[in-house]
Design a binder for this molecule. Structure first.
Ligand SMILES: Nc1ncnc2c1ncn2[C@@H]1O[C@H](COP(=O)(O)OP(=O)(O)OP(=O)(O)O)[C@@H](O)[C@H]1O
Ligand SMILES: [Mg+2]
Length: 1002
């Protein structure tokens, strides 16, 4: 089946392949699985299937749904090894093809390549084609799953249950494509033909790459020049080690990219190219994609990676040109420019034929991509007042930018914009093709990053070990910028006591100490010596940062530095770095390592300086415009657009984009005034001043919370009193956490009097969970805590444990939680008297967690509601749950929608619930339940005096099963409805059954 480079050393090479698979097992497993996504393993499997190296049964034995990724990969390696030399060689070739070059750099290569050439097609059945073309079919299908499913349904090959099974939202588009192919295979030749025909039809439509284009010669030269300039600009990261550089290849770690939770497309982990792909498109007409994420989540680095991959020809190859822009740098462009000037002057200058090149861009807009990094840093907020559509007309740069983004200028050119979420208002949203959220590192991403960051594996292991002992810190490390600091300061990290780093401020204090002590003349300075020695530097940098925050200025000229007294020596400490490519002038410009670092220095200045206005702290916490408060603010006025300079700014609210940096600064101010750090400052400023500042901050926090509580409306009669977190609520909670004073937390939350606290879609990750638990544990009365549609994850769940005793119900739908997290959660809530309800719809739960729920049900005889819909629970899990259900006498609501419990599971549960006197509502929608299951469930109906609704929609029940249910209903007047839509009944049968029993709903 395979075509090898058959050289003389073939035999020894072959032996080598088998040995490699064995010896490099750990590395191979790591490369395939460490991202946490099954994609690489599945791609290898596709190739092996296509090559005929795995037969179908073997594939199914490897790819067991719901089993841990590593276990599946291990099974594959065992199988490949036992199959012998040839399979090992082919496996290694497939591995090499699939694993990204960098990741697999040190890993085995058999020196051979795969032969995926077409075989003699005349002999091949459609089913066979599905196998041998699997890799390309998966890639084609993932963009048109809906259409393919429709074709299969219309042709009668697929039922709606098949479609649902394929489209389970826990699968990525490519996984869905594979599931579709697997289903089609089980349906036979006719289904296979339908799919192949459908894909062929799709393929005949024009795609961007298929266009036959011969760009002019000068264009090609320009293209080369642009890509080498983009490559040069993007191959290094300047933040590592302060002054040293590190290559992006060496350190880049995949962040978690997600689509909106309510997005119509099924979603799962996305990769970089999906940013441009079809998944998640909400507006086909628009060509601007937004990548949004909080500060330090890696938006700029992600763009940098995209740029590098494009320049190298490794991604986005549908685009001939890519123009990268930084909004931070565009701020300093004072001239009016045309688009042509913007492209050529800011990105790359064509040596000849400018007009011709620009005309080519205009004629083929879809071959060009613009990226705009940090829209939130642009001084002007997005508006669509000033329309412009002529690419040669000059306008202020922000006007060009806004017109490009909304498509009135250069329609058809793709744009990727990054921004913090707060800076994106509804006005811009309506011009977006889609939005992708960058959520920072996954737990395995943290591992991966630390290992890449340290060439010495023992150091990496120590850092990771110490993170495991401090889950609050581990939570912080989901944010790449914090992960970098923690890893960078490994000496300090390992030197300080276990668990002593808890807050974001602690981490930034650690890097402050790290950089300062590196240059300290007092070796091993104890106590506050290191700070005292460098106090002047801290104040100079602090003032620069503070004035910059006040004037939305992130790039500083030498004059700015001088104004604040920043010297060459201060610069050499590493907090400031040289700005890249400031084309305006050749003079040097500087920026802080990261904006969050600027916020930290601004906070240090507010805490330590005696020069700040008394109103600074209240203004900061009220998120007011800070221009007035910055002492030397006037010197930075050059940074502001002229209109803003003329504005009377007193008392005005900061813009949404400025707000986030003020919030971050305020968070640091709270942290710096925590008892843990206070003592340090006493050496630098009078106690009375410090105490005043502490009082001011605690008053601001308490007042801020009160404002939120005042917005709670009175409940409608019969409903629970509930509070939906408004913007800013989570930030205040985080500030309170940073203060680390339980008295303040207690004071702030004590007055909250609600039954239900709703924090859905609030971007709650592990860090926010830590802060929430810290504050909510002081609640007076238990609440229902609704955290649906966030990114809590297992680490976040663990962080929530300290407040579980104040929780009556916990809603964690759509939060990336696995069995591991649930195991810890249940161990805790079993002991919590108030805890009665849990909802975990759409997470990553499997049969491995059901024994814990079973124990919960056995132990808590007042537990009311268990919802586990859209997870991966099979008959085995259902049997485990049944053990608990048998002895529980309180459960009223049980939801298992969209699992796979089948008849066997339904039977086990039915037996357990036969005599239940409490169950009111029970859902087994979309669980592959057939007649055996339905008949078993009929027994619950026969006996139950409590059940009101039974949901069996989207199963495979036929007339026989429904007859059982009808008979059972004859003995039961309590049941209100049984939902049976989308089962295997004809419409005539449905009609007849409804006539006989009106409580059946079809
Ligand atoms: N994918 C990644 N791999 C390795 N390191 C990363 C990655 N993403 C971010 N980092 C680290 O985190 C730091 C901050 O990332 P970045 O500047 O991209 O954040 P950002 O989301 O653009 O923040 P801001 O909103 O403040 O602009 C980087 O300087 C780098 O050290
Ligand atoms: Mg950025």
């Amino acid at each position: 089946m395979t075509g090898w480079d058959t050289g003389g050393s073939r035999c020894s090479e072959s032996m080598f392949a088998r040995e490699l698979v064995l010896k490099q097992r750990t590395e191979i497993l790591h490369a395939l699985c460490s991202s946490g996504s099954a994609e690489l393993l599945e791609r290898v499997l596709d190739l092996l299937l296509a090559q005929g190296e795995l037969v179908w049964e073997e594939y199914q034995n490897v790819q067991v749904p719901g089993r841990a990724l590593y276990t599946n990969a291990r099974h594959l390696l065992d199988l490949v090894y036992t199959k012998g030399v040839d399979t090992c060689e082919i496996f290694l070739a497939a591995f090499k093809q699939v694993v990204p070059e960098r990741q697999g750099a040190d890993l085995p290569s058999s020196g051979c390549c795969l032969d995926l050439e077409k075989k003699d097609e005349s002999q091949i059945t459609a089913t066979h084609t599905l196998l041998i073309d699997r890799p390309s079919l998966v890639s084609k299908l993932q963009d048109c799953i809906d259409g393919a499913l429709e074709a299969l349904t219309v042709s009668g090959n697929f039922t709606s249950a098949d479609c649902d099974d394929v489209q389970l939202p826990i699968h990525t588009p490519s996984q869905q494509a594979r599931r579709l192919l697997d289903h089609v295979r089980s349906k036979g030749e006719s289904a296979a033909k339908v799919v192949l025909h459908y894909i062929q039809q799709q393929g005949s439509g024009a795609s961007r790459t298929q266009e036959k284009l011969t760009p002019p010669k000068e264009f090609q030269k320009y293209q080369k020049k642009l890509s080498s300039s983009v490559s040069a600009q993007s191959c290094f990261l300047s933040t590592y080690g302060g002054t040293s550089h590190m290559s992006l290849d060496e350190i880049y770690t995949e962040g978690q990219l997600e689509l909106a939770h309510d997005c119509a497309d099924p979603h799962g982990p996305l990769d970089l190219e999906d940013i441009i792909g079809a998944a998640g498109t909400v507006n086909e007409e628009a060509d601007t994609v937004l990548v949004s994420g909080e500060a330090g989540r890696g938006k700029s680095i992600l763009l940098q990676r995209l740029h590098l991959l494009w320049a190298r020809g490794a991604a986005l190859q549908d685009f001939l040109l890519l123009f990268p822009f930084s909004c931070r740098r565009l701020n300093s462009e004072q001239r009016e420019l045309s688009v042509q000037e913007l492209l050529f002057q800011h990105c790359c200058w064509p040596d000849k034929e400018q007009e011709e090149i620009f005309q080519f861009i205009l004629d083929h807009p879809h071959l060009t991509l613009f990226t705009f990094d940090g829209l939130d840093e642009l001084k002007q907020s997005f508006s669509d007042d000033h329309r412009l559509c002529c690419p040669t007309q000059r306008a202020p740069v922000h006007i060009l930018l806004f017109n490009l983004m909304q498509g009135s200028l250069m329609k058809g050119v793709w744009k990727v914009v990054t921004s913090r979420p707060e800076a994106v208002g509804p006005l811009l949203r309506k011009h977006l093709r889609k939005e992708v959220f960058l959520k920072g590192f996954s737990p395995s991403g943290i591992n991966c990053f630390v290992k890449k960051h340290h060439s010495d594996p023992t150091v990496a292991a120590k850092v990771l070990e110490s993170l495991q002992t401090n889950t609050a810190l581990l939570g912080l490390c989901h944010s790449p910028v914090l992960c970098w600091i923690v890893s960078q300061c490994h000496k300090e990290l390992l030197g300080c006591g276990e668990g002593s780093l808890q807050t974001i401020t602690d981490v930034y204090m650690m890097i402050l100490q790290h950089f300062l002590q590196r240059r300290s003349t007092l070796k091993n300075a104890m106590g506050s010596g290191w700070l005292q020695e460098h106090l002047k530097t801290v104040l100079h940098l602090g003032q620069l940062a503070f004035d910059g925050i006040g004037t939305t200025c992130y790039i500083f000229s030498c004059t700015d530095l001088k104004t604040c007294g920043v010297t060459e020596k201060d610069i050499s400490l590493g907090f400031l770095i040289r700005s890249k490519d400031m084309s305006a002038a050749n003079s040097k410009h500087y920026e802080f390592l990261h904006v969050t670092m600027q916020c930290f220095f601004a906070a240090l200045y507010i805490v330590l300086s005696s020069n700040t206005d008394r109103a600074t702290i209240p203004k900061l916490f009220e998120l007011q415009d800070m221009r007035e408060t910055s002492q030397k603010g006037k010197c930075f006025m050059a940074c502001l657009p002229t209109t803003a300079q003329q504005e009377q700014t007193q008392g005005t609210k900061a813009s949404a984009a400025e707000t986030t940096n003020l919030q971050i600064t305020a968070t640091f101010v709270s942290g710096l005034l925590s008892p843990h750090h206070r003592s340090l400052w006493l050496y630098c400023c009078p106690r009375s001043v410090m105490e005043k500042k502490i009082k001011q901050v605690s008053r601001c926090l308490s007042k801020g919370m009160q404002k939120h509580f005042k917005s709670i409306s009175q409940p409608v009669a019969g409903e629970k009193k509930s509070m939906h977190a408004m913007p800013g609520f989570v930030w205040l909670i985080k500030c309170i956490y940073e203060m680390q004073e339980s008295r303040i937390a207690k004071d702030a939350i004590n007055k909250l009097d609600v039954d239900h606290l709703k924090l859905t879609y609030c971007d709650i990750g592990p860090v926010e969970c830590t802060a929430l638990a810290y504050v909510l544990q002081h609640l007076r009365n238990p609440v229902g805590l609704q955290l649906d549609n966030n990114s809590v994850g297992d680490v976040g769940v663990e962080q929530l444990l300290p407040c579980m005793h104040m929780c009556s119900s916990l809603y964690l739908r759509n939060n990336n939680i696995t069995d591991q997290g649930i195991c810890k959660l249940i161990a805790k809530v079993i002991q919590c008297e108030n805890f009665q309800k849990i909802a975990l719809f759409n997470n990553k739960l499997t049969d491995a967690c059901t024994q814990h729920f079973s124990l919960l049900l056995k132990t808590k005889q007042d537990f009311l509601c268990l919802r586990l819909g859209n997870n991966n629970i099979t008959a085995e899990g259902a049997k485990q749950l049944a053990e608990g259900l048998k002895v529980n006498h309180s459960l009223q609501y049980l939801g298992l929608w969209g699992n796979k419990i089948g008849d066997e599971g339904a039977e086990a549960m039915a037996r357990a619930l036969e005599n239940s006197r409490s169950l009111i509502w029970f859902s087994l929608v979309g669980n592959g339940v057939g007649n055996a299951g339905a008949c078993a469930l009929a027994n619950i109906i026969k006996n139950s005096s409590s059940l009101e609704e039974l949901w069996l929609t989207e199963n495979c029940i036929t007339r026989t099963g429904v007859e059982c249910l009808i008979q059972a209903l004859e003995h039961n007047t309590h049941v209100k409805s049984i939902w049976l839509r989308n089962n295997d009944l004809s419409s005539e049968e449905e009609e007849e059954m409804t006539q006989r029993e009106s409580r059946l709903v079809f």
